[in-house]
Design a protein around this ligand. Sequence first.
Ligand code: KG4
Ligand code: ZN
Length: 354
Amino acid sequence: MIVLGIETSCDETAAAVITDQREILSSVVLSQLEEHAVFGGVVPEIAARAHLSSLDGIIQAALSDADVTLNDLDGVAATCGPGLIGGLLVGAVTGKALSSTMNIPFLAINHLEGHALTPRLTDNIAFPYLLLLVSGGHTQILAVEDVGKYKRWGTTLDDAAGECFDKCAKLLGLPFPGGPNLEKTAALCPDHTAARAKFPLPAPMKGRKNCDFSFSGLKTSVRNYVDKTIKHTEIEYLAYSFQETMADTIADRCLVAMTRFRENFNVATPTLVVAGGVSANKAIRTRLTQTASQCGMSLYAPPLSLCGDNAAMIAWAGIERLRLGLTDPLDFKARPRWPLDATAEPRLGAGVKA
Ligand code: KG4
Ligand code: ZN
């Protein structure tokens, strides 16, 4: 079984070809970084136009890298939400057109499900597992029980983790994209103890019994330092203290979730999976590995090429759904908001991030 995946929900135009034997035959990702960098963030209208002008070529490149033609495809999977509606429409309409002309099934994929199922593509991880999804738009902890069966145990009450990285990087005067640049700056800090002593930061929600997150207070504390006390030479210290505080907070929230997971599921090798763009951060990965082992769980983090947005994860989610006969009609509407757990209560203030 061979499926073409299409991803256009934010600022990456991507296409990939995957088999049901878990082979990534091709994965092409075109970042729009330069188009948006001058504005310091993603501009939805620019993103939509850039997807429109490059998607056809990216699909052709993915087919040719995989050495297949449209005739070899058993299905086409396109991200239909959540995300920026202009980009979603470009990907969804393209996917539907290919499905209709080639007379093959169409699979409308939830972008978050793409991240959630990635460990099954790369390492054949069995259900159930615990998922920490940390990206620019979402920060959630979910119990992944099966394809399409997700229980949201925790979510952010305000900003997403990647958003907090990006906003704090901006406050520190670092260029877009904030997260990776903040990690690079923190790595230059020469004295870790001094950094935390000089710039102590509150670890939001730490010690609470639930699995929710909150990042806006942390951002305000960083802003206060930037406004009042920081010298130009101290940016690396504040970046380090911030990153460690993020790691503390995220690990603390996962600790609660892992204890709950072990109480709820009796599995031989309980696994915490971390996915989404922020899972590329090495300090966070290291901290989560330690915390997971304290709980008798192992941490799985996808390879860096599959942490950020890509179409391999969309094609794989397509394969998982196609195998179960979960295909979608051509009038399926793209959805800017599309929670993975439709039964979870919305959280005040969290908006699309819940
Ligand atoms: O999953 P993703 O590529 O796109 C969304 O679906 O949002 O995540 C992008 C987010 C951005 O906020 C980016 O700054 C953050 O992930 N990010 C990082 C790192 N690499 C990407 N944050 C911290 N450290 C990194 N190394
Ligand atoms: Zn993503």
